[in-house]
Design a protein around this ligand. Structure first.
Ligand SMILES: Cc1ncc(COP(=O)(O)O)c(C=O)c1O
Length: 393
């Protein structure tokens, strides 16, 4: 019996070695990874630059000091994040929920600073922001919230891609201080915000003086072909939440502020013992530098195009829609398809299923076009067999 708490329905496989986009299990079987540990392993597995930098950091004897002292690695990582986001200040935590939780706190503090006693935040249906009490309350999924009531107050929920709903919420609620949005919803089924919608949302925020908070924990870090989805839309948000792919597997979260959110947090407003420690910051620095040096955003776009177009060309009945941007891909089927995950593992392909009926592919950014074609040649037969079997039944 395992003493690991039973919070995940785990598949019966354990990966023990990796190289590039390939993984090996305990029995030595080889798998092609099209999930990257859920959008985490930006540089794939065993990238020599990351490996060496982490080894050097460990060899120095200093993997943690404290935020009581200056941390040069943290300063170097923050400088890079400021450069790629276009924003000013970075708070480091250790996970995605810490990044979004900090963003929610920034929004509330911003509201209070403007004389709003009970600030509210507009959030989206089907969004996922984490599993702390505040972030699960911001999340648009009853499944995530059930059993943990009372929820944290102060969230106003609207449908994605509906500007009128946002305008109406603004008219009826004088307490709104911010909008929090995943520009591409990951857990919710790879639901893409239209770029005109994002621009319209930004304009509404500008008009009312609300913060625009972009939760790019899953969709950010180059996966879509630009560092961040808001850069496709062409504006600067006030707050960006980052984690997952930011450090290629070392746990890091970041709440990045600029614009109206700059300077909202003062000493004592927030903190984290581990946040921004030298080990994690080394991974952030190397991840960002390597994405640039190896032009991995271009790779992500190409790999994504290959996968999307080749699956589309199959014209499989039962495929409702193929969505996404770059290497963030959702294939919606007309029926629940969770069983495909184990069938994939049996066929040596790693992916997952979200929102019951959406095959989700989030490959490492180092995936080549040939490897992307291999993803398709392993996935398509599985989809065909699955869809045909159900039609026949
Ligand atoms: C968009 C988004 N925000 C926040 C989170 C929470 O991240 P974590 O699981 O690291 O707390 C996730 C995790 O899937 C996410 O996809």
């Amino acid at each position: 019996m395992s003493h690991v708490m039973n919070t995940y329905a785990r598949q019966p496989v354990a990966f023990v070695r990796g190289e590039g986009v390939w993984l090996w299990d305990e029995a030595g079987k080889k798998y092609l990874d099209a999930l990257a540990g859920i959008a985490v392993n930006t540089l794939g597995y065993g990238h020599p630059k990351l490996k060496q930098a982490l080894l050097d950091r460990v060899a120095s004897g200093v993997i943690h000091t404290s935020n009581l002292w200056r941390i040069p690695d943290q300063e170097a990582a923050a400088e890079r994040i400021a450069e790629i986001t276009g924003l000013d200040e970075v708070f480091f935590g250790n996970s995605g929920l810490e990044a979004t939780e900090a963003s929610i706190k920034v929004a509330r503090k911003y509201g209070h600073d403007r004389g709003i006693a009970e600030p509210a935040i507009i959030v989206m249906e089907k969004a996922f922001h984490g599993r702390s009490l505040a972030t699960l309350s911001a999340t648009g999924s009853r499944k995530v919230q059930a059993g943990f009531e009372p929820l944290v107050q102060g969230f106003v929920r609207v449908p994605l891609n509906d500007l009128d709903a946002v305008r109406q919420a603004g008219e009826h609620n004088r307490n709104i201080a911010a909008v929090l949005i995943e520009p591409i919803q990951g857990e919710g089924g790879i639901n893409v915000s239209r770029l005109e919608y994002l621009r319209g949302l930004y304009e509404i925020c500008q008009k009312h003086g609300w913060l625009f908070i972009s939760d790019e924990v899953q969709c950010g870090m180059g996966r879509t072909g630009k560092w961040f989805v808001y850069q496709h839309a062409g504006f600067q948000p006030d707050v960006v939440a980052l984690a997952k792919g930011l450090a290629s597997g070392v746990p890091v979260g970041a709440c990045v502020t600029g614009g109206r959110a700059k300077g909202v947090f003062k000493p004592g407003n927030h903190g984290s013992t581990f946040g921004g420690n030298p080990l994690a910051m080394t991974a952030v620095r190397v991840t960002i530098d390597t994405v640039k040096e190896e032009r991995l955003m271009e790779r992500a776009v190409k790999a994504g195009e290959v996968i999307r177009s080749q699956i589309r060309d199959q014209n499989l009945p039962g495929v409702r829609e193929i969505r996404g941007m770059g290497s963030m891909i959702g294939i919606e089927l007309d029926r629940p398809c969770g069983e495909l995950v184990l069938q994939g593992l049996n066929a040596g392909l790693v992916f997952n299923v979200t929102a019951d009926n959406v095959i989700r592919l989030l490959p490492p950014l180092v995936m080549s076009e040939a490897e992307a074609r291999e993803v398709v040649s392993r996935l398509v037969p599985l989809m065909k067999a699955f869809l045909e079997k159900r039609v026949a039944a």
